[in-house]
Design a protein around this ligand. Structure first.
Ligand code: FE2
Length: 156
């Protein structure tokens, strides 16, 4: 087994960085979904939701940077073009969504997809003994699960 300068298996690290790039691409789509609903939301709950969506996209923006810098830390290059993001995207793309329930449902559906990718990464980072990636995924999963709960409570 060949170890890199972090003391991690070189091959497993490359594989993890590829998966983190998949997560990065999908986070960017999620981020853009949030910008879209922040801008386009209409109705009697506009003021609440407009602010809530800004809070969520600010958080997503911070996480995008953490993922990209983790990829760099692992010795790989973070994807940064819309072309790559679209090619790797599995998060649903929300377009022209202005109705509040549709907007919140888009958030839940996006997070469900992100959680799936994060759990895949968590399995691999555990196996590779990559604690940095592992703890990042744990934090993301915990926070996003809580957001899913809140969004579903709002929807019900
Ligand atoms: Fe704004």
């Amino acid at each position: 087994m060949k170890l890199n300068s972090l003391g991690l298996d070189t091959k497993k690290t490359k594989d993890l960085a590829d998966d983190l790039n998949q997560l990065l691409a999908n986070f960017q789509i999620y981020y853009q979904n949030l910008r879209g609903i922040h801008w386009n939301i209409k109705g009697k709950r506009f003021f609440d939701l407009h602010v809530k969506f800004e809070e969520l996209y600010t958080d997503a923006n911070m996480k995008v940077d953490l993922i990209a810098e983790r990829i760099l830390t692992l010795g790989e290059t973070p994807l940064h073009t819309f072309e790559d993001y679209t090619a790797k995207g599995s998060v649903p793309v929300g377009k022209n969504i202005s109705q509040d329930e549709k907007a919140v449902t888009l958030i839940v559906d996006s997070l469900t997809q992100l959680l799936k990718i994060e759990r895949q990464i968590l399995d691999k980072s555990d196996d590779a003994n990559d604690e940095g990636t592992n703890s990042m995924m744990s934090d993301f999963i915990t926070e996003q699960e809580k957001t899913v709960w809140m969004m579903k409570a709002w929807l019900s």
